[in-house]
Design a protein around this ligand. Structure first.
Ligand code: S3P
Length: 183
């Protein structure tokens, strides 16, 4: 039996934070952005954490916070794009319904270029740009897929449509997204 929790996973630029807020409104639940919780806890941006302490320290903090979040109920969480990398995180996520917001590298890159504020707070994880997204998606898509209960294509869907599709998929036994677990 799943907890009454929804985790949104997927690459940066997929719209996890906006969809989390809209989806939480639909369910009458609370929502949190796990990266924002982490930055508040650390007292600095993720870019600064990477610069001062390195990626491993960031990933440790990310796992610790996820461990706390997955004990809650009636929440929708937007997670960081790399949360699926650790096995312990994937186990944690599976306590709730995991929804993958999927889009192509091209579309993600276009959206990330328009989102200057987020870019300022996030480090490059490789060479940057479209090449970085393509490389990381090759490694991560199998993990996003293996981890998710519901996949929603956000390539052409606005955030509101994505939230509607997720709600239908979760509540209906046949759903409108690709699959649909009971909550
Ligand atoms: C990361 C994505 C970021 C943030 C960190 C690492 C990643 O989250 O957690 O910079 O590894 O893809 P968003 O997906 O919310 O940008």
């Amino acid at each position: 039996m799943k907890r009454r929790l929804i985790f949104l996973i997927g690459y940066r630029g997929a719209g996890k934070t906006t969809v989390a807020r809209l989806l939480a409104e639909k369910f009458g639940w609370s929502w949190l952005d796990a990266d924002a919780v982490l930055e508040e806890r650390a007292g600095k941006s993720i870019r600064q954490i990477f610069a001062d302490d390195g990626e491993a320290a960031f990933r440790d903090l990310e796992s610790a916070i996820l461990g706390e979040l997955c004990t809650l109920e009636n929440h929708v969480f937007a997670t960081g794009g790399g949360v699926v990398l650790r096995e312990e995180n994937r186990v944690c996520l599976k306590q709730g319904v995991v929804v993958w917001l999927r889009a192509s590298a091209d579309v993600l890159w276009q959206r990330m270029q328009q989102d200057i504020t987020t870019a300022e707070r996030r480090p490059n994880l490789g060479q940057g740009g479209l090449a970085e997204i393509e490389e990381l998606l090759r490694a991560r898509e199998p993990l996003y897929e293996a981890c998710s209960d519901v996949t929603v294509d956000v390539e052409k869907r606005a955030a509101g449509d994505a939230a509607d599709a997720i709600r239908s998929a979760i509540l209906s036994p046949v759903g409108t997204a690709e699959n649909s677990p009971a909550l």
